[in-house]
Design a protein around this ligand. Structure first.
Ligand SMILES: *Cc1c(COP(=O)(O)O)cnc(C)c1O
Length: 462
């Protein structure tokens, strides 16, 4: 006998009312995108906040729940699928990847092992091969599909730590870090917070970071990098989170490799430059690094969450992230869990596969180039309007400011509250700046001009 709960759920699958309602509401959300504020107003946040904080004793009809979900929360969303949300580095979503996500969510695949999902394992294999080719990474490179760059960086550095200690004759997995040979960490002062977090999570210690000064764009000063050796992890970045600048891989990666150091490249959004004709020079030389990380949910515009770690030393990453368990039937095909810290994982390679298959090599170039072109348009229009660029714009990132920090902050807040566009602020060499990340395929020339106009109007209004 099926329980009442089972009966309800079999009926949900049979009549598909909730699924149908979700599709209708999703279509409505899409159609309302042009008129939606970039960031919700207070009224919408109040509605979301006023939803009950008490867990209901009894549930409700599935279609009704979908209705409630939409009415209580959809208006409190940032307009990430619109063209004028420039906060952080928040990628948009390609329609094809959204459709892929809907379809494959129905499959509900768990991706750790070939045995948990042959489909996911094979999709990961295909994506790994495509991405290595697209980004020009060495043939021996393996890829792990994780939630984002935070975990991708962690995974790359875990592999680095394992390998450098193994070369010293230290079995890290067995002995731990206590008493281990000391590893050095060299990083530019503009290393991303998630890189620093990975250093702390891995017990390498921020006090051990040898910080290297950066130039006015945030690039590590290559001639100030200390002597490297075979106990050193060198942390470089392809794309500064504020200004978009790329470190000089040509000057550093091969040198580090010759010294026996391990270089990790944080390329959360910038690694994709390697897939273009016009921006590939920014990543020249990075193929001599040992590991790399990037996000598909940023520049490639797949849904969240979707990051990728690449590692040329497959033994190191698999040893660092190894896990056992007699119930885990391994070896039947690709077992992706050996390249990721998690066991259970959503099968995000399907999203990547759909994006790459849809765009093709040309389309990836066109998408990345589009983001860069809109950024340059933004830079030209905003500086023509009298705002000062804090550094030359690079790739898809732009920083500008008003005459004083107070004025910059006031204008930023006014634009954020106005709803026409949304950007975040940051501190740049002691100065308050407004940062723009053009990271969605949906940003049009008109969106850029409208956003620039919003900043101009905010500056005029006092
Ligand atoms: C976004 C970003 C990260 C962190 O990526 P998540 O996907 O948010 O974990 C790391 N480095 C840079 C340069 C970034 O832009």
């Amino acid at each position: 006998m099926n329980s009442d709960l089972q009966k309800r759920m079999f009926a949900d699958l049979e009549d598909k009312r909730a699924l149908g309602r979700a599709v209708d509401l999703a279509y409505r959300y899409i159609d309302e995108t042009p008129g939606r504020r970039a960031f919700p107003d207070n009224g919408a946040l109040t509605t979301a906040n006023e939803s009950s904080s008490t867990l209901p004793e009894r549930g409700a009809d599935a279609a009704e729940i979908i209705e409630q979900l939409s009415s209580q929360f959809s208006n409190a969303c940032v307009n990430a699928i619109g063209g004028r949300y420039f906060g952080f580095v928040t990628g948009g979503v390609l329609p094809v990847t959204l459709a892929a996500r809907w379809l494959t969510d129905v499959w509900d695949q768990n991706a750790p092992l070939f045995r948990t999902s042959p489909a996911a394992a094979i999709a990961e294999e295909k994506c790994e091969a495509w991405l290595k080719d697209l980004l020009g990474l060495p043939e021996e490179t393996v890829a792990g599909f994780v939630s984002g760059s935070s975990l991708a960086i962690y995974s790359g550095l875990a592999a680095a730590r394992w390998r450098l200690l193994e070369r010293e004759g230290w079995d890290l997995n067995a002995k731990g870090l206590a008493g281990a040979p000391r590893l050095r960490v060299v990083a530019g002062r503009q290393a991303h917070g998630t890189v620093v977090k990975a250093v702390t999570l891995l017990g390498l210690g921020t006090d051990n970071i040898e910080w290297v000064d950066v130039d006015e764009c945030g690039r590590i000063k290559a001639d100030e990098v200390p002597d490297l050796d075979d106990k050193t992890i060198l942390l470089l970045q392809a794309g500064n989170v504020n200004g978009g600048a790329f470190d000089d891989f040509g000057a550093l990666c091969a040198k580090a490799k010759d010294a026996g150091s391990w270089t990790h490249v944080d390329g959360a959004f910038g690694l994709w430059a390697a897939a273009t004709k016009n921006y590939a020079h920014l990543t020249a030389g990075m193929e001599d690094a040992a590991s790399w990380s990037c996000d598909a949910h940023k520049t490639l515009n797949t849904p969240y969450d979707c990051g990728i770690v690449f590692c040329r030393d497959s033994e190191a990453i698999q040893s660092a992230l190894h896990q056992g368990g007699s119930y885990l039937e391994t070896g039947a095909g690709r077992d992706g869990m050996y390249m990721t810290p998690e066991l259970s994982r959503r099968a995000r390679a399907f999203d990547v596969w759909a994006a790459l298959a849809y765009l093709g090599r040309e389309g990836v170039d066109a998408l990345v180039s589009l983001l860069c072109a809109r950024t340059m348009q933004f830079a030209e229009e905003i500086s023509a309007a009298g705002f000062e660029l804090a550094a030359p714009p690079s790739f898809n990132q732009l920083m500008f400011a008003c005459d004083s920090d107070e004025e910059t902050q006031r204008v930023l807040r006014a634009v954020q509250e106005g709803g026409e566009a949304w950007a975040a602020g940051a501190d740049w060499f002691g100065r308050r700046i407004i940062r723009i990340s053009v990271c969605s395929w949906a940003t049009t020339e008109e969106d850029v001009t409208r956003s620039v106009n919003a900043f101009v109007a905010a500056r005029r209004s006092k």
